[in-house]
Ligand binder design. Sequence first.
Ligand code: ATP
Ligand code: MG
Length: 481
Amino acid sequence: MNEHIRTSRPDTSRPSGNRKPQGGSHVRGDDTPAAGKPRSAGFDARRGPGRAKKARTEAEPFIRRAIPDIDTAFTRMGIDARVAINLPPLGLNEPTPIQAQAIPSIVAGRDLLGLAQTGTGKTAAFSLPMLTRLLIAGKRPEPGTCRALILAPTRELATQIAQNVEAYAQGTGLRAFRVVGGASINVQIDRLSRGVDVLIATPGRLIDLIERKAIRFDDTSYLVLDEADQMLDIGFIHALRRIAKLLPRNRQTLLFSATMPKLMEELADSYLTDPVRVEANPPGRPADKIAQGVHFVNQGDKATLLAEYLAKHPGELAIVFGRTKHGSEKLSKLLEKWGFKVAAIHGNKSQGQRERALASFRAEDTQVLVATDVAARGIDIPQVAHVYNYDLPNVPENYVHRIGRTARAGRDGRAVAFCAPAELGELRAIEKTIKAAIPVIGGEVPVGAPASARPSRGAAPATARKRPARRPSRAPRATQG
Ligand SMILES: Nc1ncnc2c1ncn2[C@@H]1O[C@H](COP(=O)(O)OP(=O)(O)OP(=O)(O)O)[C@@H](O)[C@H]1O
Ligand SMILES: [Mg+2]
């Protein structure tokens, strides 16, 4: 347990039964019951257009008529049974450490800073208690407002969070809606005019919508910053300041990330009121089950080396991170020419192309996703077995997020960093950030490499071979330790 955790205020306001389900329409929600979803005896499953209209006109509380009579690890932490009943079919049976530590405090209404390694279920850690509180409050959103706002740095992550929230809220009547750039703003304005319970947004598009007076926040009781350290960083802080000052001061604010540099944490304080600070697992460290390695290689030889690694693991999903849009596009074309099934995702692609690339990768129609840092944070594709840092990130925290696209939800994963002589500075910064040396698994250790990379210091002597990096004589080992 973490010493920063404070005692939660008990929540006594359980809703009573005999409420009617909401029938309000929504744009992005998925109303179809999940296959095989268990329903308890008291569950009112009466839905459909006729009933929907009736419920709308009556403007009654929109929650399930009866609360399912279930007792699970999540209900015991205060999660509403109408939400908890959705979790087992999604594979959520026992809470992860961050969920166990964060949920009771959030249910009790506290502001919270939650730090936990990649792939450990932070999305559910903030969503489940927030949905619980929204249900308990039992209100409908006013037109042009949202009751909760979740901000995320990329369109793809916002979409994924919206899908998760919809799955957790399925059947409760709570409506989630996502607004991101690259999609029709008029459709978004139209949907917002009816009001939403949970709005998931990227800051840029949200600012556009604010300027068009499509959304007000006077009724917004919850603000979540996912990937909080990035949201507080230079690229987003101005938008965030503008948005945050429109929200009521007495809102509940939840900040989550796998990394939180000191400076960002100081900034974070100004958004939080008397917060609980929860750390599950060592924050800022790569997830436990990632086997990491660094391969020293000249920049010009990286493509050939990557092809060798990829060829060693046919049929397994790999994400390759490049630094620039142009370089990533070029690399994806080259890999395609060499016969790999590749998709690419970066800022020069249209939104449609980005979505198709991610969808084909998720569906395993393509095995390799070449990406810039646009896919570094939050994206959850459990089948990803390998991450290649084709170019080392110049923001060291992004190494932790990039390699965190593998080894999610308790699985194994491998991460290989390709380090050119010019990237030794980046390697040093990464090792400093993660407070560990990355084992050398191939290539010639350049002069000036971090001390930890030199064979004499015992990082990985057997693999730190002196040999030319061009065309390795045998396929390099992809993992270490
Ligand atoms: N209690 C649970 N039991 C089993 N699986 C879970 C549980 N909670 C979440 N998961 C699964 O774990 C995976 C990772 O969850 P999530 O994307 O929320 O991680 P994260 O901590 O936000 O990671 P990142 O830092 O990369 O954003 C998801 O596939 C999710 O469905
Ligand atoms: Mg996440």
